[in-house]
Design a protein around this ligand. Structure first.
Ligand code: HEM
Length: 506
């Protein structure tokens, strides 16, 4: 009995001691957070909604509203100026809309992608996702090695050779639109654009005929799930611990897994073809395989890196362009004068020709302006982040070193300081004779870490839009929302619903 009493008494002391230690550690952490607040509170920023969680709860609430966190960031930029700060736990997030700093940081290879911002998309709920692929790699040397090898698949010579694929896949979309016009039914344009951009990336990047337009497969759902999972995982640290989210998280893991096993299969098939001396295209898949190194020395990490890049291209190369096309149709539908001008240009340049040639692309200058203006208002991949080790002074405000700077092209594109009357859709802002925006317009990011697929996306978007304008009239279904849905990438909430009719050339 006495032994039991002694044991219980020890246990009670141990519990009290443990409780005390946890409390002391918590108190110590709170003091550290207080110190961080004192160190950074001279940088303007909105009031914190919680001492510990800083602005996270405000951001999570904003996610539920139309426009999501980006609209909130815009309101803060308007209120607090070109540099402001947000807190979450002991982290500081510095948001910058000052062109000089944007130029200094984004254009220089000195500032790597910020680990704080990208590490949560390396893995998604414990399943490897973008890994150390091109978008997420933050070590400059490792990133540069990959980029140098993959670059040739985006050279203008190679892209020119893809015109056949761009035209052919866009034709499949045209026959879908023709069916919709015959049936006179409501058409979800985003859905169709997702099909065509999938089709193009699968064929042009990986040499695979998916024909998703005929048969929308599990891939589009998988990408959608991964992106949705990504924003919850990145923005809500507690999301994975809430039991009600378990079924969704399992679906996201399965979706990531599907993309990776598909990648493994396509890579295996391509490697076999290469080993058999078959004539394989010098496409993205071939370059991804080359970037992983020699077969004999290939490590498990090299194998994973190939899959990281496969998933990276599958995701980066598809959604953003489909969303751009859907926003473009939405904007043209709301601005008949712009639509007419773009259509007239297409008629002048392409006429009744079925093929859009590489030379035609540079002649479609107004269409380029329309696409640029669409991305100004609807930047489909709006954020990027860099780690800045040294102290800086921005707009007279001292920013201590060792922080992450965020740049948001949705915000920048909608600030009155850079684009007067910002909500007006006016492609003439990008007229060849108009002054170029000075480091305030960057829907494809800027500098060494800018989008590798920028030209690819622009060619694809132009070919699709030129054919669409050449052959169809469209009107927006009345009553639909013109709001933006934040799904990691930005897309039109309604999907851009249209009534399509054949163009009458009489
Ligand atoms: C309208 C379409 C597109 C937009 C708006 C867009 C936008 C962007 C942005 C903003 C980044 C920087 C991301 C960051 O810093 O975290 C990026 C990176 C990237 N994008 Fe795109 N993108 C588009 C289409 C494409 C396409 C079609 C491909 C491939 C076929 C592609 C491949 C990539 C790759 C590989 C990177 C990483 C580049 C690097 O860090 O070396 N993108 N894109």
């Amino acid at each position: 009995m006495a032994v039991l009493y002694v044991l219980l008494s020890w246990a009670a002391h141990a519990v009290v001691l443990l409780f005390f230690l946890i409390f002391a550690a918590f108190l110590g952490y709170c003091l550290y957070v207080k110190y961080i607040h004192m160190k950074y509170d001279h940088i303007p920023g909105p009031p914190r909604s919680s001492f510990l969680f800083g602005h996270s709860l405000t951001m999570l609430r904003a996610m539920e509203n139309d426009g999501g966190v980006h609209q909130k960031m815009l309101e803060w930029a308007e209120e607090y100026g070109p540099v402001y700060r947000l807190n979450t736990l002991h982290y500081i997030l510095v948001f910058v809309y000052c062109p000089e700093t944007t130029k200094d940081i984004m254009m220089s290879p000195k500032y790597p992608k910020a680990e704080l911002a990208y590490r949560r998309i390396v893995n998604l709920f414990g399943q490897r996702f973008l890994g150390n692929g091109l978008v997420t790699a933050h070590d400059h040397e490792k990133w540069y090695k990959q980029r140098r090898i993959i670059d040739p698949a985006f050279s203008s010579v190679y892209l020119k050779s893809l015109m056949g694929i761009f035209n052919e896949r866009a034709e499949t979309l045209m026959s879908k639109l023709s069916d919709a016009a015959d049936k006179k039914t409501e058409t979800n344009m985003l859905h169709l654009f997702n099909g065509v951009t999938f089709d193009v990336i699968a064929k042009a990047a990986f040499g695979v005929d998916l024909d998703l337009l005929q048969n929308i497969t599990r891939f589009s759902e998988a990408i959608d799930l991964c992106l949705k999972g990504m924003i919850y995982y990145v923005r809500d640290v507690f999301f994975e611990f809430k039991p009600k989210n378990k079924p969704f998280i399992n679906k996201v893991r399965e979706a990531c897994h599907l993309l990776r096993i598909t990648g493994a299969q396509w890579i295996r098939e391509r490697k076999t073809a290469m080993q058999n001396g078959e004539d394989v295209p010098k496409d993205i898949l071939t370059q991804i395989i080359k970037s992983a190194g020699e077969e004999e020395n290939m490590t498990e990490e090299d194998e994973e890196l190939m899959l990281d890049n496969f998933v990276t291209f599958f995701i980066a190369g598809q959604e953003t362009t489909a969303n751009l096309l859907a926003f473009c149709v939405m904007s043209l539908g709301r601005h008949p004068d712009v639509l007419e001008k773009a259509r007239k240009e297409v008629q002048d340049v392409i006429g009744m020709k079925q093929e859009v040639s590489y030379d035609n692309l540079s002649q479609l200058t107004y269409l380029s302006q329309v696409l640029k203006e669409t991305l100004r208002l609807y930047s489909t991949a709006p954020g990027t982040a860099r780690y800045v080790p040294e102290d800086r002074v921005i707009n007279g405000i001292h920013i201590p070193g060792g922080n992450t700077y965020f740049f948001n092209s949705y915000v920048s594109g909608r600030l009155n300081t850079f684009f007067p009357d910002p909500l007006t859709f006016d492609p003439d802002r990008f007229h060849p004779d108009a002054p170029k925006p000075y480091y305030s317009y960057y829907p494809f990011a800027l500098g060494p870490r800018s989008c590798l697929g920028q030209n690819f996306a622009q060619i694809e978007a132009k070919v699709v839009m030129a054919k669409l304008l050449q052959r169809f009239d469209f009107t927006l279904v009345p009553g639909q929302s013109f709001c933006i849905q934040d799904n990691g990438t930005l897309k039109p909430k309604s999907g851009t619903l249209c009534y399509i009719t054949h163009r009458n050339y009489d």
